[in-house]
Design a protein around this ligand. Structure first.
Ligand SMILES: [Zn+2]
Length: 173
């Protein structure tokens, strides 16, 4: 089965604010499965629904999984929100939707994530470091925010230029 395509910057669809999920339909379950497939294939440690072009508030995360051999344990969160956060941490971030670029981003050091799983069971998790950063990064996607929005204007401008050149070159070839 073909994998869903990951949208990349500067696709305007990445800038939409996603809709809350009122009911988990079969379609959404399929979307969650597809998102996990994409995340492991890329590979990445998290993915938000708008990255595959669906503007609904759902994310998948697996920060434990780092190698092909490692056990896969994806967490799907419906309508995720950060209900508490504290401290600051600077983390080198990248994104499947922002090709060939990483940058240091300041985030909250500790967060509490709340939401529901696909069966409607509440999820509440306290996280720090990579997992806290990942939660914040993925939830940002649901509001149309990319990690490059958190870096300096100059760095963002340089990346935007580089990306446009890259896209122009791709179109020529
Ligand atoms: Zn991302």
């Amino acid at each position: 089965m073909a994998l869903r395509e990951v949208l990349s910057f500067p696709d305007p669809l990445l800038r939409r604010v996603s809709e809350p999920i009122e009911e988990v339909t079969d379609e959404l379950r399929e979307l969650a499965r597809d998102m996990c497939d994409v995340m492991y294939d890329e590979p990445g440690i998290g993915l938000a629904a708008p990255q595959v072009g669906v503007a609904v508030r759902m994310i998948v995360v697996d920060t434990e999984w780092t190698e092909e051999e490692a056990e896969r344990n994806p967490m799907v969160v419906v309508n995720p929100v950060i209900t508490h956060s504290e401290g600051k941490i600077v983390w080198e971030e990248g994104c499947l939707s922002v090709p060939d670029f990483t940058a240091e981003v300041e985030r909250k050091a500790k967060v509490v994530l709340e939401g529901h799983d696909l069966d409607g069971k509440p999820i509440r998790e306290e996280a720090e470091e990579l997992r806290a950063v990942c939660f914040q990064h993925e939830i940002d996607h649901l509001d149309g925010v990319l990690f490059i929005d958190h870096i300096s204007r100059l760095k963002r401008m340089l990346y935007t230029k580089k990306r446009k050149k890259q896209l122009a070159a791709e179109q020529e070839s």
